[in-house]
Write a protein that binds this ligand. Structure first.
Ligand code: MG
Length: 453
């Protein structure tokens, strides 16, 4: 089998170290051979975006592809473009999402706009390893710049929310684009929805100088502070490629992804009077509590947005998403969509009022998260050991091992791509969540130590 290049979110690396123009060119050829025909390409705001995009584009053209360069746009905007243009056979997004500025990445998009299947990535990896021969000189492809993909994307989002209600609410939002790909689309979206935007980090110069582009509470300290001083109704923050969105309440409380997932799920189920919601086993039980109460049903999957999207298609789900702020709205497309998430949350508060009050009304759970080093070759035997140990308990093996308690759960899960073992423990109080997390950390450590040479 060919060497694995694609991780959970495309091929990533440090620019001019392991993410080089040579890699871009050769991978571009492999992608071009795989897709053929017309291929869309775009990038986020990283300084290396043009270099990697040019290298991949050259590879695509060497294989005879017509390249459509959409410029700097969010990942969901190129996904929407690929989905809505039937003559486009696939897409390539140059992004490393929330990673630091020295990173960049190459991510492939299937003809329907979804993230490429792993089996298709394997085919591309095989072609990369073979270093496929180029087409004859007379068959090389061309490159065109295509303007307007960002505007069409924003228009589509506006058309899929209750824009009249949002416009009438005269909302004020503090918007943090992390100097990433949302720098143009996010302010445009808010202006089309008559939301007054106070923008932070909306400069596309590519160096991410404002703060690291992972939208965590620590990284959003200035956004949180700004909300407290502006009487804004909401804070909205995107990650580097704007497929994810996190929110801050009008009081300045950072909202965890589980909570916004729960609110959006509740809204979807209430509007449709029922329906299926898809989320990974790692999501808080709070989601299931509100969904069941509203008359819906939760379907659990393994961790990872492509798995969630696939399950949504298969089960005709009305909404889905992950606890990291990546939410999927099937009316728009089957992928994480930062602008849709922002617009839907604006619709929610335009309709319901104070976001803080809605957050305070959610069921309360506490989560204890731990991360241990675990050699890849130990994963299987460790999981066997944990399964044996918990044979008498109620468990779920959708992804790793989830042990169900009457008042919570513990998820034990090795990472598929890194030498890491994760322990998530959720309970109704902090002490119980921590106690169970610590208990399993001890068990995992003892097991790994006992096998150390
Ligand atoms: Mg992202």
């Amino acid at each position: 089998m060919a060497k694995r290049l694609f991780g959970t979110n495309g091929v990533r690396g440090v620019v001019n170290d392991d993410m080089t123009s040579e890699l871009g060119l050769r991978l571009g050829k492999a992608i071009g051979e795989f897709f053929g025909g017309t291929v869309a390409i775009a990038s986020d705001t990283r300084v290396s975006g043009d270099m990697i995009k040019s290298a991949v584009s050259a590879g695509l053209m060497a294989m005879g592809c017509r390249v459509l360069d959409l410029g700097v746009i969010p990942t969901p905007a190129i996904q929407y473009f690929v989905k809505t243009h039937n003559h486009v056979s696939g897409g390539v997004m140059i992004t490393a999402s929330h990673n630091p500025p020295e990173f960049n990445g190459i991510k492939c998009i299937a003809p329907d706009g979804t993230e490429l299947h792993r089996s298709d990535e394997e085919q591309i990896e095989k072609k990369y390893e073979e270093d496929v021969p180029c087409k004859p000189w007379s068959e090389v492809g061309t490159r065109d710049e295509v303007l307007g993909a960002a505007d069409s994307y924003v228009d589509a989002v506006v058309s899929l929310v209750d824009s009249e209600t949002i416009r009438a609410a005269n909302l004020v939002a503090v918007l943090d684009c992390a100097n990433g790909a949302a720098y143009y689309t996010a302010p445009l979206l808010l202006s089309k929805l008559n939301v007054r935007a106070i923008t932070l980090n909306a400069n596309p110069q590519g160096e991410f100088p404002g703060h690291p582009s992972e939208p965590t509470e620590d990284n959003l300290a200035i956004l949180i502070e700004t909300i407290k001083h502006t009487k804004a109704d909401i804070g909205i923050a995107h990650d580097g490629d704007a497929d994810r969105t996190v929110f801050i309440t009008e009081k300045g409380e950072f909202i965890s992804g589980d909570k916004s997932l729960a609110l959006m799920a509740e809204m979807a189920v209430s509007k449709k009077g029922g329906g299926k919601i898809v989320t990974p086993v790692s999501s808080s039980s709070m989601v299931e509590d509100v969904v069941v109460k509203a008359g819906g049903e939760v379907i659990y999957t393994a961790v990872g947005s492509p798995v969630v999207a696939r399950k949504m298609i298969d089960t005709d789900a009305i909404f889905g998403g992950e606890e990291n702020g990546g939410l999927i709205f099937p009316d728009m497309q089957y992928c994480r969509d930062g602008a849709m998430t922002a617009a839907k949350m604006l619709e929610y508060i335009a309709d319901k009022g104070s976001l803080q009050e809605r957050i305070d009304a959610l069921p309360v759970y506490f989560t204890d998260k731990r991360k241990l080093e675990c050699p890849a070759e130990m994963r299987e035997s460790l999981m066997e050991h944990l399964k044996k140990l918990n044979a008498a308990r109620t468990t779920d093996s959708t992804d790793g091992l989830k042990i169900i308690y009457p008042d919570g759960w513990v998820l034990l899960r090795p990472s598929g791509t890194e030498q890491i073992f994760r322990i998530y423990s959720e309970a109704k109080d902090t002490e119980t969540a921590e106690k169970r997390g610590a208990y399993y950390e001890g068990i995992v450590k003892d097991f790994l130590n006992s096998y150390k040479i």
